[in-house]
Design a protein around this ligand. Structure first.
Ligand SMILES: C[S@@+](CC[C@H](N)C(=O)[O-])C[C@H]1O[C@@H](n2cnc3c(N)ncnc32)[C@H](O)[C@@H]1O
Length: 408
């Protein structure tokens, strides 16, 4: 390494580290007063997009962060710009060493290096595991920090680990099913509606995953009935300066918002049904919903169904509640089949991360009412349980008339 290197020599030093397979992160900080830049810090890290290696530059000003992803052969220009700005401190971390490049007020450059006693644990296996996550730790640090999931130095907060895992597993489901929907090949941005978005973890993560990780242009709208969570979500979107990321305070299904994909992660009780009905009405190609707190059928299930055969099951509060949960979800899945969706019910994440871990995954494959078998099955199921699930109210009069024809 040259002593007091010229700018060209410094560029070569930076490139040799940044393009090496061991590179993990470089931070440029410490601008001097009067320097013409709004950036207070620039973080450079390797990222993988559509299976290709990129170098990401995250430019942080006091208010926002702007990211730019470059292919390895394109890094000269952004690195030259950083050297022109003249940050006083550059810190590079690789798997095997730490490098500090300090520039004094007089322009003298001092390079210090510290070789690690043992290479970092970022071995191939864990690197691949992290890399394969939609929202990887160590790559989406700023997003995770804004979401409140990670600390400023990129560590997942222990209390947020379960949410972090839920979101990653939810997005993995999205990634698996997307190719068959052809929504990854539209000649316009794909429209996603997140129903009951709450603190917007999924909303922000989905926007990042599609636009940044999969390279699929996507606009994401989060809606929630709670004004406070929407206010906070808008603040987060502003911090991220992300295009096509919007929030609205409203009840699910009260406007004709177009949607190619509808999400509902733990939207309370019948809000899940309203999200399903919105997906059906807007002709969404894909619906991913994870129901929670089913209350609607609990009171309605009669212990006498099936001529009393189920009495031993329905006598006990907890078993009654679980039965009402699965019956509610079975009605929802069947209603979606009637409405032209190929529907699966899957466990999307292990119970240790949330006990509410059943996902209804529905892809629109045909027109509504194309499956007379599904309609007959629904009518039969309804006659057995002697209940009217809220999904019928949510889907409206036409649905009620169709399923009502076989009632009695
Ligand atoms: C348990 S939180 C889940 C939030 C978020 N999806 C997540 O998983 O982190 C449920 C959210 O749904 C919202 N919600 C419930 N019913 C709603 C409705 N009918 N319309 C819009 N939002 C609703 C609540 O305000 C709450 O923020």
């Amino acid at each position: 390494m040259p002593t007091n290197p010229t700018r060209d020599e410094l560029l070569e030093v930076l490139k040799s580290h940044i393009l090496s397979p061991d590179f993990s992160r470089a931070t440029f900080a410490g601008t001097r007063r009067g320097q013409a830049t709004a950036w207070v810090r620039v973080v450079v890290r390797p990222v993988e997009l559509r299976s290709l290696r990129y170098v990401q530059f995250a430019y942080q000003s006091a208010k926002k962060v702007v990211t730019r992803n470059c292919r390895p052969e394109e890094v000269d220009e952004p690195l030259e710009e950083l050297l022109r700005i003249g940050f006083a401190a550059i810190h590079i971390s690789t798997r095997v060493e730490e490098i500090d490049i300090r520039t004094s007020r007089k322009g003298r450059v001092h390079i210090g290096r510290h070789r690690l006693a043992e290479p970092r644990a970022a071995n191939e296996a864990s690197h691949n595991r992290v890399k394969n996550l939609p929202l990887p730790e160590g790559q989406a640090d700023h997003l995770l920090e804004v979401m409140g999931i990670a600390t400023a130095d990129g560590r997942i907060r222990p209390t947020m680990r379960a949410k972090f895992t839920q979101i990653n597993e939810f997005l993995k489901q999205l990634g698996h099913v997307l190719p068959e929907t052809h929504l990854d090949r539209l000649d316009r941005p794909v429209e996603i509606l997140d129903c009951g978005c709450g603190a917007s973890y999924l909303t922000l993560a989905a926007h990042y995953y599609l636009n940044e990780k999969l390279g699929i242009p996507a606009r994401v709208l989060g809606v929630d009935i709670n004004e406070e969570v929407i206010r906070k979500s808008i603040e987060r979107a502003e911090q991220l300066a992300a295009d096509g990321l919007n929030f609205a305070c409203r009840r699910i299904g009260t406007t004709d918002t177009p949607a190619d994909i509808v999400f509902a992660l733990h939207a309370c009780d019948t809000a899940t049904d309203d999200a399903i009905a919105h997906a059906v009405r807007s002709g969404a190609k894909l619906l991913l919903c994870v129901p929670c707190c089913h209350h609607h059928l609990h009171q309605a299930l009669s212990r006498d169904v099936g001529e009393g055969v189920l009495r031993p099951l329905l006598r006990h509060g907890i078993l009654l509640q679980r039965t009402a949960d699965v019956v509610t979800d079975a009605f929802r899945a069947l209603a979606l089949r009637i409405m032209g969706y190929r529907t699966d019910v899957v466990e999307f994440v292990a119970t240790e991360h949330t006990p509410r871990n059943v996902m209804i995954r529905a892809v629109r494959t045909t027109q509504p009412w194309s499956h007379p078998d599904a309609l007959r099955e629904y009518q039969h199921f309804k006659r057995f349980w002697q209940v009217t699930p809220y999904i019928e109210t949510a889907l409206g009069e036409e649905f009620q008339q169709w399923v009502g024809r076989g009632a009695g």
